[in-house]
Design a protein around this ligand. Structure first.
Ligand SMILES: [Zn+2]
Length: 509
């Protein structure tokens, strides 16, 4: 723990911010964000601050932008920016912060900095063009506060959903948990955490019909990293018949659902399945540092996914715990969680099977227990097996579909809430960036598995008895292979002790 005074800490942070927002680093540093006391009203909570080489702004929760220096680096918070999709395609970036949009900037930054021991002192937002393979970066990347990397698709379909097609609206990923819980029969007064506090998200009841669904059967589907605009575009062009079928019987939001910041996988899987932001659930990033234990935490790793519940803060309740609270335990699982790390409470869970198997390396060690990707009937382009992540994702997703079929032998014995996560879409988008051949192949592969499962339900004659929600955990943008480098030397030159996790979470020691 730090023994510095608040004034010393603030001075060190200012040095770090000044170094990171130097024009020399403008090609790789989009924004530097942190929180500080509200000068107007120090007794109220902190305010979010964002700086770049163009200026500095204090962001208040009431929407005020208090420009402190130069220009406002967060000039636009429009969650519907770069829509319709043709606008994104016409200027796919990489773009500067003054051309970009950062929806819900204040509340998302404040949430990241609300954890008592895990929040960084400063967070760095990479520019969309930054390519940093030597530190784990990819051709396609996500994690930013910006609108495209934060935009996940959101579709609702089937029983109890009003058929409206594609609408020019958006939601937030924290709305998914209360929406799934409501669809599964949890009453509004039970949409709260373990300490009785309201969730950050709200149930998307505006898209539901008037019909009160008896004995609900709800399936939540997550295609990791599926790009919202391209998913809807491909569905409209006839390339994703499963998605098109869901839209025909429901609604898709053109603006998708806004992820929490950082727009990374495990932070948002956790927000999706708990209805609260990282400052409440505690999974601040894929990698973060905990001052309480003086340990770095690598949360998003196939070797640690099965242990993800250990990072949840005590007040958190998962959607599985909320739904199970409405039903007595019985012979069939009430809730099921397929290929998902955030599984706590689910009666059936892939990760529980991995925990029980005793494989110390978790899903990473499944190896030959998984089906052979070479035999996958859902792999549209066999050349994609050359990408090891794509190949592993194909194996995992084929096993996921198999679990789904087994969990759904009949309507009566199917879980009330089934959650089904797929990973190959993340592999495809990381490998090539949005709209690349491999990214689109990954969406086709996911759609093929979805169609296969819908045909399974059709065979049972029960498809119209099921409500579906489909989403992702973040969006994607393509980096620019010529824009490389690291801010680390600039920080090291300050002679201030620090850790940089991610990279992008700066902890002053
Ligand atoms: Zn992801």
């Amino acid at each position: 723990m730090s023994t510095l005074s608040a004034a010393q800490m603030s001075a060190r942070r200012e040095s770090v911010v000044a170094a990171l927002s130097s024009p020399d680093l403008a090609s790789i540093v989009d924004l530097v964000v942190w929180v500080e006391a509200d000068r107007d009203d120090p007794s109220s909570g902190p305010v979010a601050v964002a700086a770049s080489h163009v200026g500095r702004v204090r962001l208040h929760l009431d929407g005020r932008h208090e420009v402190c220096e130069g220009l406002d680096p967060i000039a636009n918070e429009d969650a519907m920016a770069f829509l319709p999709y043709e606008r994104e395609c016409a200027s796919p970036g990489p773009r500067t912060s003054r051309e970009n949009a950062y929806p819900y900037a204040a509340s998302r930054i404040l949430s990241l900095f609300a954890d008592p021991t895990r929040s960084p002192d400063v967070a760095v937002v990479h520019t969309p063009r930054h390519f940093f393979p030597e530190q784990g970066g990819h051709v396609g990347e996500h994690g930013s506060l910006d609108v495209i990397q934060s935009r996940a698709p959101l579709l609702l379909s089937g029983r109890g959903v009003a058929a409206r097609g594609i609408v020019d609206e958006h939601a937030r990923l924290v709305d998914v948990c209360p929406t799934l819980a409501t669809l599964a029969g949890v009453s509004g007064s039970d949409l709260q955490d373990a300490e009785g506090d309201l969730l950050d998200g709200r149930a998307l009841t505006a898209y539901l019909g008037d019909e009160q669904v008896a004995k609900p059967k709800v399936i939540g589907i997550l295609w990791d990293g599926a790009h919202c605009g391209d998913l809807l575009h491909m569905a409209e062009s006839g390339e994703l018949p499963g998605i098109a079928r869901l839209i025909d019987h429901g609604v898709a939001l053109r603006g998708g659902a806004v992820a929490h910041f950082p727009s990374v996988t495990l932070t948002n899987h956790t927000s999706i399945l708990t209805g609260v932001g990282p400052g409440r659930h505690g999974v601040l990033g894929n990698v973060f540092y905990d001052r309480g234990t003086a340990q770095p935490v690598v949360a998003n790793d196939s070797a640690t996914w099965h242990r993800s519940a250990q990072w949840l803060r005590p007040a958190v309740r998962t959607v599985f715990e909320m739904v199970n609270g409405c039903f007595p335990p019985g012979g069939s699982p009430r809730t099921a969680c397929v290929n998902e790390a955030v599984d706590r409470g689910a009666d059936y869970s892939t990760m529980a099977i991995i925990r029980d198997s005793g494989i110390p390396s978790g899903a990473a060690g499944l190896g030959d227990r998984l089906p052979d990707a070479a035999n996958s009937i859902h792999l549209h382009n066999s050349a994609n097996r050359d990408d090891s992540y794509y190949s592993w994702g194909t194996q995992v997703d084929d096993l996921g579909l198999e679990q789904m079929r087994q969990l759904w032998p009949s309507l009566e014995s199917a879980p009330t809430l089934t959650w089904w996560a797929s990973v190959v879409s993340d592999a495809g988008h990381h490998a090539g960036g949005p709209r690349s051949d491999i990214a689109r192949d990954s969406l086709r592969d996911c759609d093929s598995r979805l169609m296969s499962f819908l045909e399974h339900l059709d065979g049972l004659g029960i498809t119209d008895q099921v409500t579906f929600l489909l989403t992702a955990d973040h969006g994607f943008e393509a980096s620019d292979p010529t824009v490389t480098g690291s801010w680390r030397p600039a920080l090291e030159s300050l002679n201030i002790p620090f850790r940089d996790e991610g990279p992008g979470f700066i902890y002053l020691l």
